[in-house]
Design a protein around this ligand. Sequence first.
Ligand code: 13P
Length: 300
Amino acid sequence: MNYEQQIKKLAAEKNAVILAHNYQPPEIQDVADITGDSLELARLAKEAKESTLVLCGVYFMAETAKILSPEKTVLIPRPDAGCPLADQLTPEIVRAAKTAHPGSPFVVYVNSNAATKAECDITCTSANAAAVAASLPEKKILFGPDANLAAWVQAQLPEKEIIAVPENGGCPTHHNFSVRDVEIARREYPNATIICHPECSREVQLASDMVGSTGYMIRNCGTEKEWVIFTEEGIAHPLQKKYPDTIFHVMASAVCPNMKLIDLFDLYVTLRDGVYPVQVSDHIAAKARTAIERMIEVSK
Ligand code: 13P
């Protein structure tokens, strides 16, 4: 039996469901039961009937699954798969921002650590960030850690005042794209529609034709024949699978090293040995759960 077959067999024996993010290596996405963007994975992790969830993604995604399903075993094949964006917003920074802006709610991107979520009012993903901010009655809203996503939300909601905390937080993979990259892509692929993830800089968002989360891209990139995609290159796999006759150009250099850590052997070992279980302290999980469930309620 090859690794794919052994993984499937072990998952069935252990009543486990495998969830993989859209940026995971193709062979991991193909062996997974469920693939999706951060919002879809959070929702499906909550709804899953299996007693074990194996999260193939970065650590905050596995933590979110555990927070939503404390009674389940949540495993991550590579617990060292961190997120440099998440680490840019600490609980102390959230508390300081709330003290500086009393009465303003804090919307925290799911790309954050559990202890940070626990200090915030509501979470959001790139798929629902504007809807989450719009659901709050307050005009002034604290938003972090991604300042580019904050700028995208501000552009959708001119009636609000979105304050990015920290001021310059960002994902290194997405922030690396420049307007020049977009201009070059336009010259090279004049018939292509250009779409970028809202974690790209505001300038790149404005230079692109469309902006959307990975789930948005997968749902909507069937409308044109050729696309240039500014996000992590792993997105090419689910797009090409769903739209085999469409041409997708991704930037081969746009690789999130953390998203690429898990391989089939890691996943096999995870299912064989039950490693690595994700734990979140009850106190932090209870507070973070309130923030995540509020988001899920808004996105229904
Ligand atoms: P999505 O919510 O679009 O899946 O994005 C997740 C992410 O981590 C982007 O860097």
